[in-house]
Write a protein that binds this ligand. Structure first.
Ligand SMILES: Cc1cc2nc3c(=O)[nH]c(=O)nc-3n(C[C@H](O)[C@H](O)[C@H](O)COP(=O)(O)OP(=O)(O)OC[C@H]3O[C@@H](n4cnc5c(N)ncnc54)[C@H](O)[C@@H]3O)c2cc1C
Length: 306
């Protein structure tokens, strides 16, 4: 039976390093552990929440009253054409292991923190490619029925930072199969390291944050045209970077307590100095208001505010 711990600090399990304790906490090393933890929550009438790599969540200052299930499954297999991985596998480690085996094509995703399960749920992407471009199928537990279901790529309903799993929190991703291309191993590793260096240069790596706090919104044509003219780039899917809107709304570098809208990357709300969850939320609210007043555009969170 899975061990249920009590009063476990959560801040150190997240990249924000913010938030209180989990009243109950279980580390799930495989799908049996996840099912055991779910049974415990049901039996004890406790709500549950899934935590994986903790790179896209903001934990409340008062902590979580229910059971936090931390997915730490680590097994993966590499075949001639792809990777089959448990949800808790670290994404960068998988990309590097695939490169060792001469498989690649997804190097630009190198450096996105967190797990492959978290990446699939949020259709993580960077510099063009998204995880959806590589997923063949996903297996998940449907907590509402107890059934384990397999989803083909189209059934995952991927779109920009969105998936069927994000719309259906009753689904817990167990494992994923990804199809990759044959690649020269050294070339693939070179490409990965180049990507990580590029991320470091842009100050989007190793930051006490949850990555981009807001999604890039679809905006009215005049705003899109203003962005394209100023930056001399074509917008993707009619979206403009939330960071650009935040900067234009005068909120770059804005601060509430220890929380700051990064100067290098205004869509990164960073824990600059012992920030609390309420300070991050207050800063997010002020940014949302400023962007709405300036552009009439509503920003929605990409980070998961628990
Ligand atoms: C410095 C930094 C840079 C970043 N750069 C990028 C980037 O370039 N591109 C990008 O897309 N994102 C980026 N992010 C955001 C983040 O890394 C991704 O969203 C990542 O995929 C989240 O994975 P995770 O394992 O950390 O998920 P967590 O933060 O642990 O969880 C996120 C959400 O997914 C749910 N979840 C996690 N695992 C499962 C599962 N197995 N089944 C069901 N639900 C699950 C959780 O309940 C939670 O709601 C960045 C974050 C940081 C801190």
């Amino acid at each position: 039976m899975i061990e249920i711990k009590e009063h476990v600090p959560l801040a150190s399990l997240t990249t924000f390093e913010i938030g209180g304790n989990a009243r109950y906490f279980a580390e799930a090393k495989n799908e049996n552990d996840i099912q055991d933890a779910m049974s415990w929550a049901k039996e004890h009438g406790k709500p549950y929440i899934i935590l994986a790599g903790g790179s896209n969540v903001l934990v409340p200052d008062e902590g979580i009253e229910g059971l936090v299930i931390n997915i730490v499954s680590q097994k993966f297999d590499i075949s001639e054409t792809g990777v089959h991985a448990e949800a808790g596998c670290n994404l960068l480690q998988l990309i590097r292991s695939a490169a060792d085996a001469g498989l690649g094509g997804w190097e630009k995703l190198g450096g996105i923190p967190g797990t492959i399960g978290g990446a699939v749920r949020g259709n993580a992407g960077a510099f063009g490619p998204e995880i959806k471009d590589f997923v063949t199928w996903v297996r998940a537990l449907d907590v509402s029925t107890g059934e384990i279901r397999e989803f083909s790529n189209p059934e995952c309903e991927f779109s920009y930072r969105m998936s069927h799993f994000k719309k259906h929190p009753e689904l817990i991703i167990f494992d994923i199969h990804l199809q990759l291309q044959k690649m020269n191993s050294a070339e693939s590793h070179h490409h990965i390291e180049e990507t990580i260096q590029d991320r470091e240069r842009r100050h989007i790596q190793n930051v006490r944050a949850a990555g981009s706090f807001f999604m890039n919104p679809v905006v009215p044509d005049p705003i899109r045209e203003m962005f394209e003219k100023e930056k001399q780039v074509k917008s993707r899917e009619g979206r403009v970077p939330a960071g650009w809107l935040i900067e234009k709304a005068g909120m770059k570098g804005a601060r509430v307590g220890g929380a700051e809208a990064s100067v290098q990357h205004p869509n990164y709300l960073v824990n600059a100095d012992e920030a609390t969850e309420s300070e991050v939320k207050e800063l997010a609210e002020q940014i949302r208001k400023a962007v709405f007043e300036k552009f009439g555009v509503t920003l929605t969170e990409e980070a998961v505010v628990w």
